[in-house]
Design a protein around this ligand. Structure first.
Ligand code: UD1
Ligand code: MG
Length: 454
């Protein structure tokens, strides 16, 4: 049987108090709906249908890279009505899985268990025992424990409201049965909605068994309705990520003070991560890497034995083995460091290659540059790469020594082994092995007197 996942994402999300549709709010930089989609994507033989709401054009636009059939539910007349909109995509022999676009942390293993409960004569229903079931549909069971129906909070009797087993809304059923039940839904209830949950009672009356399973943790089935719930699920998600990477051999000084908004292409062993570190995009990190507090790594490639001190920002950059970065360093896109490079405090590197063993330890800007090996760049050195319109390159060959507070006006080349005197403004290529300096002569005035207050 093929699986058809129908993701319900047409709800308004009033309590978010947002101009953005609810399912576009993010956990770990990824839309809620995208999380649900990703989980569903992991199932084999699965096609996805997304039911989006009136005004949900924004959802479709922002997530148009998702491989799915989009159907609009023009008016939100209930969960049953929402599924009806997707009916044309349902084949009789499909296993249909209903998910909610605002329930982002549901696990694949839970879905797989649910799908196992589907057969020609049974359907699967995901339920959850709740500390506070208020607002949820309640699972009404017979004395023998068989599911009889779901009753919505607003339609429940006082006795039914005492039931703690809640409906998660997540259901799996054979396509033919679902279509047959959908055509029979009525909206004669407290909310005048077409409830998807009514199919449970229909199933039972037709002798179809309702088999239930529960998630490992309540957080898996929690939906996002307001910003507090969004923040709660962000923390749940982040703690899961922290546990995952600790299981891979990473030491986290505090698993509750790290954020992973993306993935790792690979993670070495014995990585140590201090507090408040943020990983974005797709990072690659080698063995024995230390990452200092408050650092941000985005799409970084970090080789073995690198030390990143506190407060560094590394984005779309490559750091070679044994290099030392920071504190307070910024590696911008296309910074490529070979092994054993030292980048110190308040140094910014952009679109530059830096060869083995070179050092830029203090207060410098290096952009559009090609720097050889064993080069020493003194404090306050700046590659002046931009004339306001065009960018130009600076080349500094191996073993060069650039004195402090030098400006290199690109395009310019500093020859191999050259020394540049401190405070120079270099506008022409400098020869190899020689000292070059451009500095106005120092003078002292014997007869000079400080002005006095008049
Ligand atoms: C629903 C269930 C309830 C369950 C609860 C779990 C029904 C009738 N009730 O109630 O038993 O305990 O979820 O959270 O199914 N949606 C649409 N179109 C609509 C209405 C809803 O796409 O017309 C989507 C929403 O975007 C949301 C999901 O369906 O993702 C659930 O809708 P919501 O209004 O939150 O249902 P509840 O009243 O909470
Ligand atoms: Mg709800």
């Amino acid at each position: 049987m093929d699986i058809k996942t129908i993701i319900l994402a047409a709800g308004q999300g009033t309590r978010m108090r947002s101009s953005k549709p609810k399912v576009l709010h993010k956990i770990a930089d990824r839309a809620l709906l995208h999380h649900v989609y990703d989980t569903s994507q992991q199932l084999d033989n699965n096609a996805i249908v997304i039911v989006y709401g009136h005004g949900g054009e924004q959802v479709k636009q922002e997530l148009d890279q998702l491989e799915a059939n989009w159907v609009e539910q023009k008016q939100q007349l209930g969960t049953g009505h929402a599924v009806q909109q997707a009916e044309t995509f349902i084949n009789d022999q499909d296993k249909v899985l209903i998910l909610y676009g605002d329930v982002p942390l549901l696990k694949k293993t839970t879905i797989e268990q649910l799908l196992k409960n589907v057969s020609d004569c049974s359907i699967g229903l995901l339920t959850v025992d709740l500390d506070n079931p208020t607002g949820y549909g309640r699972i009404v069971r017979s004395e023998q424990g068989a599911v009889l129906k779901i009753v919505e909070e607003k339609d429940a009797t006082e006795e039914e409201k005492l039931i703690v087993e809640g409906n998660t809304g997540i259901i799996a059923t054979p396509g033919n049965l679902l279509k047959h039940w959908l055509s029979r839904l009525q909206n004669s209830n407290a909310q005048n909605e077409f409830y998807l949950t009514d199919i449970i009672e229909m199933a039972v009356k037709e002798g179809i068994e309702v088999k239930t399973n529960q998630p490992e943790s309540q957080d898996e089935v929690l939906g996002v309705n307001d910003r507090q719930q969004l923040a709660h699920l962000e923390r749940v998600y982040q703690l899961e990520q922290a546990c995952k990477i600790m299981a891979m051999g990473v030491t986290l000084r505090d698993p509750s003070r790290i954020d992973v908004r993306g993935t790792f292409a690979s993670l070495g062993q014995d990585i140590e991560v201090d507090i408040n570190v943020l990983f974005e995009g797709c990072n690659t990190i080698g063995n024995n890497v230390t990452i200092g507090a408050n650092s941000i790594l985005k799409n970084a490639v970090i080789a073995d034995d690198v030390v990143i001190l506190a407060n560094c920002i590394i984005e779309d950059a490559v750091v070679g083995a044994g290099s030392r970065i920071g504190p307070f360093a910024r590696l911008r896109p296309q910074a490529q460091l070979a092994s054993g490079v030292h980048i110190g405090n308040f140094v910014e590197i952009k679109k530059s290659t830096i060869d083995t063993g070179s050092k830029i330890n203090h207060l410098s800007y290096i952009g559009d540059a090609k720097i050889g090996s064993k080069v020493n760049i003194g404090a306050g050195t700046i590659t002046c790469n931009y004339d306001g319109v065009n960018k130009f390159n600076t080349v500094i060959e191996d073993d060069a020594f650039i004195g402090s507070d030098t400006q290199l006006i690109a395009p310019v080349t500093v020859g191999k082994g050259a020394t540049i005197g401190a405070g120079s403004t270099i506008t022409k290529d400098t020869p190899a092995q020689q000292l070059t300096l451009s500095r106005s002569k120092q003078i002292s005035m014997k007869a000079w007197q400080r002005p006095e207050k008049q």
